[in-house]
Design a protein around this ligand. Sequence first.
Ligand code: PXL
Length: 279
Amino acid sequence: MQKRVVAVHDISCVGKCSLTVALPILSAAGFETSVLPTAVLSTHTGGFTGYTFRDLTEDVTPILNHWKSLNLRVDSVYTGYLGSFEQIALVCGLIDSFRNENTLVMVDPVMADNGKLYAAFDEEFPKGMLSLVRKADIVVPNLTEASLLLGIPYPGDNCDRKTVHEILKALTGLGPDEAVLSGVSFADGKLGAAAYSKKTGKFYEYQAERVDGYFHGTGDIFGSALLAARLKGKDLGASIRVAVNYTLSAIRRTVEEGTDRKYGVNFEESVPELLKMLR
Ligand code: PXL
């Protein structure tokens, strides 16, 4: 039976990230993708000024109440950028109400990058996010978000394998069975992801070519591809390989095309590659 994912992210109308990335990728991978939009913004908040922001917190409870009346089967919940602090508790409620023994809950604790909280979040937000992370089967932070969750200083993006392993283990100590860190580098000119599974007690890593520069929305592309691979039954090691290779393919194409990076990367034309890797 086709699996249903509930994707909980904002709609950034322009500047590909969050739902405008998660929905097409998960749909192309063959999953029915239902959405719970957390906010509507004219653009994302990284690199644009003057963006609009409509918080949809008020709509969450009525939407969930309607879904409860439908007896909706939810095979996966994928959370990302939330619109308010109050939404953290509401999304925890969504998970509690709809999770069954086979539901895969993936939490991307979107709130920060490069050592800094995003514009919309204050110092209290990471504490709230921790309560959502505790409910996850898989947690997918970047190094900045991981250090905020664990209450440790940001180790910088070039931190060594030993530190990355400690962080991954500590993340699973918060509750999730699996932790995946994106944006780690263990060698010059390389960038990739590392992961740990509490069940197997194994670490996994995959590095590919590093393309210099900041590419907006790539965390969401990575997360969506990772979830697609896990839901297709690929193991954690294979899943991070798929997610890194797909993200890199979209970045390479964007560099070749020379488009303005704040508008996001060309993940669309790499979808055929993703589908091949997911086979
Ligand atoms: O990709 C993360 C993200 C999602 N949504 C919004 C953002 C960001 C990162 O800046 O601003 C609105």
